[in-house]
Ligand binder design. Structure first.
Ligand code: NDP
Length: 251
């Protein structure tokens, strides 16, 4: 039996970066993986790669700012494979800017995706996680936060606050769901080489990024995926609450 062969995994933000790498890793270890994001073509490509490697996957086009689209995906997953027992709640966006730039659109976008979007996913899947736990399965809810939840970076105030929300939320949910045998974890990665920074518009943030790329050896998405795999393969009674994973040379 492979390590995760009894797992029904749901991964948001799976069309690129950390989510994509995690889908491949969990599938390679035997989990059935449902991959969720907006870009259906990229999800289909991922599913084809997983299947070609002998894994099991399904693509579901979902916008996590739309509760109905998440609920629909949750119902499809449960009907196809039974209740989910591993949710990697990972979709996010990072749009840094100076506060005086008053970029209210990007503030709202980050809050709607990173905060409310994460909550929408939790609300759609917690009933399935509880059902799985009641049936005796090993169950994980893993939320993606960031080192920005702890460290201080100019221009990243709003993004960092959304991630601090995710980290704090995780601690509270663990207290609530742990006694019901649902493990709840947060991962807080440092700089990781993905599409995330490609959305930057603010010149000061772009300059920061260029400097960071010259001095920091960014994590690869696969490095972060390994952390999710590690959490998921712990014995059932072990819940790593919070994992910070950093590039070695990022302060
Ligand atoms: P990517 O930009 O590569 O991935 C973001 C994912 O989120 C994509 O799959 C994107 O897919 C999805 N997404 C964006 N908006 C929506 C939406 N409205 N509905 C559904 N899915 C959406 O970046 P990362 O892999 O780096 O980001 C993954 C997580 O890691 C994020 O939460 C990010 O904040 C966090 N993180 C990243 C770090 C880094 O340095 N890269 C460091 C610390 C944390 P699509 O566009 O197809 O919808």
């Amino acid at each position: 039996m492979t390590q995760l062969s009894n797992r029904v995994a749901v991964i948001t933000g799976a069309s690129s970066g950390i989510g994509r790498a995690t889908a491949k890793l969990l599938a390679a270890r035997g989990a059935k993986v449902a991959v969720l994001a907006r870009r259906g073509d990229m999800l289909e490509q991922l599913v084809a790669e997983i299947r070609a490697a002998g894994g099991t996957a399904m693509a579901l086009t979902v916008d996590v700012t739309d509760q109905a689209s998440i609920d629909k995906a949750a119902a499809t997953i449960e009907q196809s494979w039974g209740p989910a027992n591993l949710v990697f709640n990972n979709a996010g966006v990072m749009l840094p800017a100076a506060i005086e730039a008053r970029e209210t659109g990007p503030w709202e976008q980050q809050i709607d995706l990173n905060v409310t979007g994460a909550m929408r996913v939790i609300s759609a899947f917690v009933p399935q996680l509880l059902k799985s736990a009641e049936a005796g399965a090993t169950v994980d809810l893993v939320n993606t936060s960031s080192i920005a939840a702890q460290n201080i970076y100019p221009y990243f105030a709003v993004y960092s606050a959304t991630k601090a929300y995710v980290s704090h939320l995780t601690r509270h949910l663990r207290a609530e769901l742990g006694p019901k045998n649902v493990r709840v974890s947060v991962i807080e990665p440092g700089c990781t080489d993905t599409e995330l920074q490609g959305h930057f518009q603010f010149p000061g943030a772009i300059a920061w990024l260029e400097g960071a790329k010259q001095t920091i050896n960014f994590l690869k998405p696969e490095d972060v995926a390994e952390v999710v795999g590690f959490l998921a393969t712990q014995p059932k009674h072990v819940n790593l609450q919070q994992v910070v994973v950093m590039p070695t040379n990022q302060a």
